[in-house]
Write a protein that binds this ligand. Structure first.
Ligand code: CA
Length: 275
């Protein structure tokens, strides 16, 4: 294990910072007992002190719902039926891509050409059916409490997901009632490119009616982090899955929390820096 990874593990309960190079010189207060990994420059995202928070853009799977283990299972099972090699690790590493893009990526690796559209649709439908065999995913612990804090403070929550599940809106009505307004939800149906392209998060800004320095992104996947950073938005990673922290930090995350509960618990302290 590298020294950096050890430092990351030892500070698992603290938010880790890897942001704009200016963070350290602009008076961001580290928790006094934290030692931090080296700060790398990410000049495209605003520094903490330049943010005037009006909206928080949330990814869905692995952030609002503890659904990623079910998705990984469904991907492995469905792709195997079509002779396409998929592992749970590949599923987690590529989380956030559209289903079409994921299927085509693996198909290309095997066949050296794009998958026919009809086949992509068939595999994706099968994957959705495999996913539906699992029980409904639970809310991610801490997520609802965090969202209630945002509503209390007049901050707009926006959903930005690559998912196109037909049960999606019903799940939000049940598990996050009254939290997300329908016109502030970006789904697979709204975007052309999907993450890691910045398009979904740029659309999230547009739907919220805010600028890049008036929002932050909350993401659990490296590709989602890349999309947030590419959109020029300060991006907070929550490591709710099996990937190493370094994968999310290397993707460009400006801050990292070990869970949504930790982000919820630390919200007031972070929000104070985002005024
Ligand atoms: Ca996710």
């Amino acid at each position: 294990m590298s020294g950096k990874d050890e430092a990351l593990q030892n500070n698992k309960l603290l938010p880790l910072e890897r942001g704009a190079g200016s963070l350290l010189t602009e008076g961001y207060d580290h928790p006094s007992n934290g030692s931090y990994p080296s700060v790398l420059t990410s000049p495209s995202t605003p520094s903490l002190s330049s943010i005037h928070l009006k909206a928080v853009l949330f990814d869905m799977d692995g952030v609002l719902f503890d659904s990623m283990p079910y998705h990984a299972d469904a991907w492995v099972t469905s792709m195997a039926k079509y002779g396409l090699p998929m592992t749970r690790e590949i599923a987690f590493m590529n989380e956030g891509r559209t289903g079409m893009s994921t299927i085509n990526m693996i198909y290309n690796q095997v066949h050296g050409k794009d998958a026919p559209k009809e086949l992509i649709d068939e595999i994706y439908l099968d994957k959705c059916n495999e996913f539906a065999k699992h029980p409904d995913p639970e809310r991610m612990p801490g997520a609802l409490d965090l969202l209630k804090k945002l509503k209390r403070d007049g901050i707009i929550p926006v959903l930005v997901t690559g998912s196109g599940q037909y049960t999606l809106f019903a799940r939000f009505d049940r598990d996050y009632p009254g939290i997300f307004e329908r016109d502030k939800m970006v789904t697979a149906y709204d975007v052309k490119y999907g993450k890691p392209n910045p398009e979904p998060y740029l659309m999230g800004l547009k739907k919220a009616g805010v600028a890049a320095n008036e929002a932050i992104v909350v993401e659990n996947a490296p590709i989602g982090v890349q999309a947030g950073v590419a959109a020029g938005i300060f991006t907070v990673a929550v490591n709710t899955g099996p990937l190493k922290d370094s994968v999310l930090l290397d993707a460009g995350a400006n801050l990292l929390y070990p869970s949504m509960q930790a982000l919820c618990d630390g919200w007031e302290e972070l929000a104070e820096k985002l005024k």
